[in-house]
Structures are given as structure tokens and as C-alpha cells.
Ligand binder design. Structure first.
Ligand code: LLP
Length: 433
């Protein structure tokens, strides 16, 4: 996403410059910055809606459930948008479950994934009546049977297959190789189905696979889905009913214009339709990033320019605690000065104030010359931005603002320093164990 005259792709929710001002979903970001102060996250409701509609449109006619991966953006207002447009949720913790239910996502549209579900989490999810558990180990399967039995209910479950496919993405977000902690091999899953009659409180009738994130190539999807479908056919032939197949998330987005080439959603949908042409059950998707990444920006203000020995440091007021992706994955995010002045280009190391060398948004990034006080926009920040934020260096969490066709609403106010310390206390009493 880049600020260009008239806006990219022409949609009214794209970032663009109008009369010299940066406009996002009809809202002037400089005015907003003056009102909420920086740094802050801004999300375009129109951009999110258009992604949801595009995805439902691509799968039109199929029995499909889009379960938004809550970890990508867990603000309750974003989840409410998802609920209002028919999405469910893919959750990995009770916190994510509570957020989803609070936002109005019905429990029967919630799938519970994750390798470390505890007995308490399983109990709570059974009480809430989530649609299904994506089970990732034999131990979890038996725990699920035990917890469901003690509550006198039957848990719906899918086995998460680890198809041993290279998603060709960053190693830290690849999940579908045998060496990754996620899911079980098809051989193990086959044994589960052979033995599942003994599990009288688990209805094991689903398959699940999620091979990684920010995938820019259809081929890994094709390989994984073909393995899942071949296994499904085998199961059906041996008498097992498979009611749902959950194909996970992973669709990549364009962080770097002209370099990242995301898969066309129509091509992805065609692949899924062709692969599962014989499948008559429910198809679930768990997209996170694709729905929200390009719908969000992090707005920050330059504190100063520091002239190093041989580098120019542009020190901004956002930091790695606000947006961790560049530090953690060396991720590229477009950085766009919003000053609107015609300035010569300068190569900057764009850094935050946190006391770590890794607190760097970009190195040697060529930008129109900036000075203290200038606003900048860090694009592609709608997914895994605020949701991965922390208060490291005792920096309060920044506000999140939802924009919608010229209006805005604060969906998380800036945390105060008092709130940040809430819950901490000096020792009141010392206890012996
Ligand atoms: N389903 C499961 C089981 C997942 O673990 C994930 C993401 C998703 C769905 C959604 O994947 P998506 O459609 O967003 O690619 N923090 C990293 C991404 C970690 C993804 C973890 N799992 C980042 O900032 O790139």
C-alpha cells in the first residue's frame, strides 16, 4: 500500500493523497493524528468488508465457513465486523474465545486450534459449545474424550494433519513440515480413525491442515490440499464419514509492492473447488492476514533525525513493541512520509526509541527527506501488528482507530501508564509454601 496521487487501485478505502493530505477510508490521517496523538493504528472498515465479500464471493455456492484467525487482529471491534459479515473465528486460547463471543461470533462458528490446549481450556470451550476442536496430538485427543465424558457431552473434532509440505515462507511462520510442532502425520491420523470407535465422547469426523503463513505461491497449497483430499477419500472408503475439511489460512499479502505477488483469490478458490469437487461436507477456511493486513496502517511521528557516522537514523515514536514483525521476521513494511513536501530522497534507518538494536523498522530505506514532527505511515500493519504488541520498555499500548467512509471511531484507547501498572503490587504479605 503506497500513498500515491489518487490512491492505489482507486478504491475509496485505499490510502491516497487528496488536496495534499493523506486520506485513508475517507479520513484525513493528519487530522486524526492531531486528535489521538501518535503512534496509533488505523484500520479501514471498507477494506476489511471488501476482503470478506471477495472471499465469500470466490467460494459462492459451496458450504463454506470463513473462520477469521483471531490472532491476526483480536480487537473486539474488528471481530464484530467479522461477525456482522458472517465470519466465524479460529481461536487458540480462551482469551480469543471470550473476545469472539463478546463480539457476537456464535460459538457454532468457532474452531479451536493449537498444540497446547489445557484441560481448563477444553472445558470452557465445551461449555461454550464451539463448533469443533482441531486436535493436534494423541494426548489431546484422549484429554478431549476424558473432559467431554466427564461433562456428559460429545466433542466434535477434526484431526490436524501435518502434510509435510514446504510452504516456502519464513521459517518462523512455516507450520506444515514434519519437523514443525503442529499436527500429526497422515499415518498417525489413520490410526486415530481406526481406533476412534473407542472414543465414545469424541465425534472425529473432520480434517484440518494449515501449512504456514504469508504464502505467495499456490503450489504448497496444492500439495497440502491434495494430500488431505487423498486421505479423506481413503477414510470414506474405509467407512468413515468426514463432515468437514478445514483448509487453514496462510494466504499472503503484498507487503512490498512489485515484489510480493499474492495468489489471486480466484485461483486459490478454483484450486480448492477442483481438489474437493467430490466432497459434499462443510469447507472451513481460517484466513487471518489476508482479511486485515492491508486494511491497517501504523501512524507514527518522527522524533528526530540523528546523523550517525555513516547512517541517517530517522527516530520515530513507534517501536518494536508496537509492531514486532520487522524485528522478529525482518519483515518489510512500506513506510510512507505523509508531509506532502517535495523533498530529495534520503536513505534512512527508520528506528524506534526502544533500547535494542533490533528496534528497526527498515534499514537504508529511501524516503523523501523528513524532519522532526513529520508523520509517517507504516503500511500493511492490520495483521499481527497490534495483536503482537507489548508494553516492552514500559511503553503503553497505542490506540486503535476504525475508519469507515470518512468517519472514525476509537476501538481501543491509548493505555495509560497507571493501567499499564495495574495488577502489579509491592509485596503485601509473604506466604510460606
Ligand atoms: N490457522 C492456524 C491454525 C494458524 O496457526 C494461523 C496462523 C492461521 C490460521 C492464520 O494464518 P494467516 O491466514 O494469517 O496466514 N505472526 C506472524 C504470523 C503467525 C501466524 C500464526 N498462525 C506474522 O506476523 O507474520
Amino acid at each position: 500500500m503506497q500513498a500515491v496521487e489518487g490512491g492505489r487501485a482507486g478504491g475509496s478505502h485505499e490510502v491516497g493523497i487528496r488536496d495534499g493530505q493523506p486520506i485513508f477510508d475517507g479520513v484525513d490521517l493528519t487530522v486524526l493524528a492531531a486528535q489521538v496523538s501518535t503512534p496509533f493504528y488505523a484500520y479501514s472498515a471498507q477494506a476489511i468488508r471488501s476482503r470478506i465479500n471477495a472471499l465469500f464471493g470466490a467460494f459462492h455456492g459451496l458450504d463454506v465457513r470463513i473462520c477469521f484467525a483471531v490472532k491476526a487482529n483480536s480487537n473486539i471491534a474488528i471481530l464484530q465486523l467479522m461477525a456482522q459479515h458472517g465470519c466465524g473465528a479460529d481461536i487458540v486460547s480462551l482469551g480469543e474465545m471470550q473476545r469472539s463471543l463478546k463480539a457476537g461470533i456464535p460459538a457454532e462458528r468457532v474452531v479451536f486450534s493449537g498444540v497446547g490446549k489445557t484441560a481448563d481450556e477444553i472445558d470452557a470451550a465445551l461449555s461454550a459449545g464451539v463448533w469443533r476442536f482441531n486436535v493436534e496430538s494423541a494426548d489431546e485427543l484422549h484429554l478431549l474424550q476424558h473432559r467431554a465424558q466427564s461433562r456428559g457431552v460429545c466433542a466434535r473434532a477434526a484431526v490436524r494433519i501435518n502434510p509435510d509440505v514446504d510452504a516456502r515462507t519464513h521459517a518462523k511462520i512455516s507450520t506444515g513440515k514434519a519437523e514443525n510442532k503442529f499436527g500429526v502425520s497422515i499415518d498417525e491420523a489413520r490410526r486415530w480413525f481406526a481406533e476412534c470407535a473407542a472414543l465414545d465422547h469424541v465425534q472425529l469426523d473432520g480434517l484440518h491442515a494449515h501449512i504456514g503463513s504469508q504464502i505467495l505461491d499456490l503450489e504448497p497449497f496444492r500439495q497440502a490440499l491434495q494430500r488431505v483430499e487423498a486421505f479423506r477419500r481413503e477414510l470414506v472408503q474405509s467407512g468413515h464419514a468426514i463432515a468437514s475439511v478445514d483448509i487453514g489460512g496462510g494466504l499472503g499479502v503484498m507487503y512490498r509492492p512489485g515484489v510480493d505477488m499474492p495468489v489471486e483469490i480466484a485461483d486459490y478458490a478454483s484450486l480448492v473447488r477442483a481438489t474437493f469437487a467430490d466432497f459434499k461436507g462443510t469447507l472451513a477456511l481460517e484466513p487471518g492476514r489476508w482479511l486485515v493486513a492491508e486494511a491497517g496502517v501504523l501512524v507514527t511521528r518522527a522524533i528526530r533525525v540523528k546523523h550517525g557516522t555513516d547512517r541517517q537514523f530517522l527516530v520515530v515514536d513507534a517501536a518494536m513493541n508496537d509492531l514486532l514483525r520487522p524485528s522478529l521476521y525482518d519483515a518489510w513494511h512500506e513506510i510512507v512520509p505523509m508531509h506532502g513536501r517535495d523533498e530529495p530522497d534520503v536513505a534512512y534507518d527508520v528506528v524506534g526509541p526502544v533500547c535494542e538494536t533490533g528496534d528497526t523498522f527498515a534499514q537504508g530505506r529511501v524516503l523523501a527527506r523528513c524532519e522532526a514532527g513529520d508523520l509517517l505511515m507504516i503500511a500493511g500493519a492490520g495483521a499481527y501488528g497490534a495483536s503482537m504488541g507489548s508494553t516492552y520498555n514500559s511503553r503503553p499500548l497505542p490506540p486503535e482507530v476504525l475508519l469507515d467512509d470518512g468517519r472514525y471511531a476509537i476501538i481501543r484507547r491509548r493505555q495509560t501508564i497507571t493501567e499499564m501498572m495495574a495488577g502489579e503490587q509491592f509485596p503485601q504479605a509473604w506466604h510460606e509454601t
